[in-house]
Design a protein around this ligand. Structure first.
Ligand SMILES: NC(=O)c1ccc[n+]([C@@H]2O[C@H](COP(=O)([O-])OP(=O)(O)OC[C@H]3O[C@@H](n4cnc5c(N)ncnc54)[C@H](O)[C@@H]3O)[C@@H](O)[C@H]2O)c1
Length: 263
């Protein structure tokens, strides 16, 4: 197997975890560079990761010819422009979810990619690579539950009394775009990629009153009607008392498949 030379961009909450995986745990990957505008984060990379090039500016990283691929773990508001810049610099891209909070930006990324078909672009929908979900996917393909017609799916985070999500609210896009994006991706994947026809949603603030200022919520429910009549029902929460709680059921004409992860 040939080695892919990666650079990590963003060394925050999740970026540090991705950096460690790329440096030590992913066969075929070599972490050769990292980028963050924050000096303390670059210092962390220098002290913690194997020897690599460090950049404060993303443009400078993109000019590094020793980098084959960028691994974006930056704020969501930067994803689309950073993917487009990487493609123009001839780099493959992995980017954390969601692609963007703006549909026009999503379309711009897809259009830019058509100009660089030899480059790979992947958004990190981690659950598609989880053995439990793959097992459900394979079971559905083998007809284990007959014709699947509904996905009931939730992504619910443990309550953070420090109010991280209140500070995150101005840029997060809210729980549907930030959390339910996983459920929406899974529902489409498990139901064979149907197109949505209509969406209904509603939400409430159960705990974090500070979210009101951004027009945000901490608990929400949604229903998606797909063009072929199938359904997805979503629940997103920031306030679970007992911990992170993701669950989904795929309901078919001959049975139900269920995956739940509580941590
Ligand atoms: N897949 C999942 O389940 C999951 C979980 C958590 C976060 N995420 C996603 O990961 C992304 C990052 O989240 P986080 O919680 O790590 O955020 P964070 O705020 O902790 O980290 C963001 C990082 O980006 C860096 N950064 C900011 N501007 C930059 C720029 N112009 N160029 C390069 N780096 C820049 C910051 O210095 C920081 O290191 C978000 O899009 C989020 O939605 C996904």
């Amino acid at each position: 197997m040939s080695t892919v030379r990666f650079s990590i961009v963003g060394l925050g909450r999740l970026g540090r975890r991705h950096a460690g995986n790329l440096a030590w745990h992913v066969p075929g990957a070599k972490l050769v560079a990292a980028c963050s505008p924050v000096k303390e984060e670059r210092d962390w990379a220098r002290e913690t990761l194997p020897e690599l090039s460090l950049y404060a500016a993303y443009d400078a990283l993109l000019a590094d010819a020793s980098v084959d691929a960028v691994w974006l773990v930056t704020p969501t508001s930067l994803h689309a422009t950073q993917i487009i810049a990487a493609l123009r610099a001839g780099k493959h891209v992995f980017c954390e979810k969601p692609l963007s909070l703006d549909l026009t930006e999503c379309d711009a990324v897809i259009e830019e990619h058509t100009r660089h078909p030899h480059l790979q672009v992947m958004i990190g929908f981690v659950r598609r690579f989880d053995a439990s979900y793959r097992d459900a996917f394979d079971g559905i393909a083998k007809g284990a539950i007959g014709r699947p017609f509904m996905v009931r799916s939730q992504t619910c985070d443990k309550n953070d009394p420090e109010g991280f999500f209140v500070r995150f609210a101005p840029t997060s896009g809210g729980p549907f775009l930030d959390c339910s994006v996983h459920d929406i991706d899974l529902a489409r994947w498990l139901l064979g990629n149907p197109k949505p026809k209509r969406v209904y949603a509603s939400g409430t603030i159960a705990i974090h009153e500070g979210l009101r200022e951004c027009g945000d919520i901490d608990n929400g429910v949604g229903t998606i009607e797909f063009e072929d009549g199938r359904l997805a029902v979503l629940y997103a929460s920031r306030t679970m008392a007992h911990g992170h709680d993701t669950q989904r059921e795929v309901i078919g004409t001959a049975g139900v498949l269920s995956v739940a992860i509580r941590a």
